[in-house]
Design a protein around this ligand. Structure first.
Ligand code: BTN
Length: 257
């Protein structure tokens, strides 16, 4: 697969859509989030999309690596310039999760759910992960970069050994191969729609796909593991927990185990 062909196909599917009007396709890079953060620091406009056919140092949440092989994965990042980025960073991560959920549901006709903050799961297996990162600088508007990695065509042995039980590709779930352009275009279109909707509606729809609310959970945060019940997600996208000892905790950076 060649970057020019992907660019032509994706631009054709987006057909002048605001997200992706500024579109860059890289044959190989370390991380599309690093590329997008760099472009954002030098003024890339809202909706800039950087997609790589191969990443050599893909990053996931909580300092983990995100590994992918050429042809197996969709890996791209979007530069967003919300009006109040620091407040909206937590929200945008949920916007992106909802957009990916909607796009994958529609494209594959399979039922997914969302694990807070924005993993897209089929049953208990991860299909798509999202990494949101913020940029602040003195003389330019701050912005948020949303990086999306979606497992398209991995076979059973295509994932690192430690992920084989917990990751799935669309090909494994559907028995056919998937091209990256239609999935990328579907996610970008949904993201633009979701971002334009009132936040309370977005949060309400997001919650309908999150199966952990009201259930016992184990949460890893700041080097500790907390047991409790996931009470709710607050208006800034943070997780509200009642611990087994009865304390209330609000967490905006954590992982449900
Ligand atoms: C996670 O689930 O931990 C988040 C994974 C995010 C991976 C994507 S791939 C495109 C973008 N570039 C990166 O380096 N990471 C994100």
């Amino acid at each position: 697969m060649n970057a020019d062909t992907v660019r032509e196909r994706l631009a054709g599917l987006l057909n002048g859509h605001s997200f992706g009007r500024n579109l860059e396709i890289l044959q190989e890079t370390g991380s599309t989030n690093d590329e997008a953060l760099e472009r954002a620091r030098t003024g890339a406009p809202h909706g800039t999309v950087i997609l790589a056919l191969s990443q050599t140092r893909g990053r996931g949440r909580m300092g983990r690596a995100w590994s992918s092989r050429p042809g197996d994965s969709l890996t791209f990042s979007i530069v967003l310039r919300p009006e109040s980025p620091m407040r909206e960073a937590g929200r945008l991560t949920l916007h992106a999760g909802l957009a990916a959920h909607r796009a994958l549901t529609r494209e594959t006709a399979l039922p997914y759910h969302i694990k807070w903050p924005n993993d897209i799961l089929w049953e208990r297996c991860k299909v798509c992960g999202i990494l949101a990162e913020s940029v602040c600088s003195d003389n330019r508007a701050a912005c948020v970069v949303i990086g999306i990695g979606c497992n398209l065509n991995q076979t059973d042995t295509g994932f690192p050994l430690e992920l084989r039980a917990s990751a799935r590709s669309l090909a494994q779930l559907t028995g056919r191969t998937w091209e990256m352009e239609p999935i990328a275009a579907a996610i970008l279109r949904e993201l633009a729609l979701v971002i334009d909707r009132p936040w309370p509606e977005v949060l309400a729809e997001w919650k309908t796909h999150c199966t952990s609310i009201g259930k016992p959970v184990r949460i890893a945060t700041g080097g500790e593991v907390i047991h409790g019940v996931l009470l709710d997600i607050d208006g800034d996208g943070a997780l509200l927990l009642e611990t087994d000892s009865g304390a209330r905790r609000r967490l905006d950076s954590a992982e449900i185990l």
